[in-house]
Design a protein around this ligand. Sequence first.
Ligand code: HEC
Length: 105
Amino acid sequence: MKTIAFIRAAMRLAAGAALVVAPTVFAGDPPAQYAASCGACHAVGVAGAPATGNEAAWAPRMEKGMDALVASVRNGLGAMPPGGLCNSCSDEDYAALITYMSTAQ
Ligand code: HEC
């Protein structure tokens, strides 16, 4: 059966390709939700958002404590909408995102 042999070969190729393109997770990689939510504004500091990796911009924010920062995201703050565009995020997700953004990359 030529068709089956072909499908087998194609599947082997696809599996090989998947191995090659599988993203490698390095320490310091952004949390999964970053690109589609927080990153939209914080990547470049839109509308006064403290920019990702800019520790100096984040320092005064971090002084409020993580709980207060998570609350700011939940409730929204200034130009940041409630939830920061990630409505499925848990408080732990927000904390991980904040830790990522406030740390030099
Ligand atoms: C639409 C743009 C936008 C998005 C999306 C966004 N932010 Fe923000 N964020 C801002 C702006 C603007 C500020 C500054 C607000 C101010 O101080 O007036 C800010 C401030 C913050 C602060 C500091 C709060 C404080 O109390 O000082 C934290 C923490 C934060 N953002 C986390 C996040 C997280 C986590 C996400 C993703 C889940 C996110 N942001 C998504 C625009 C955004």
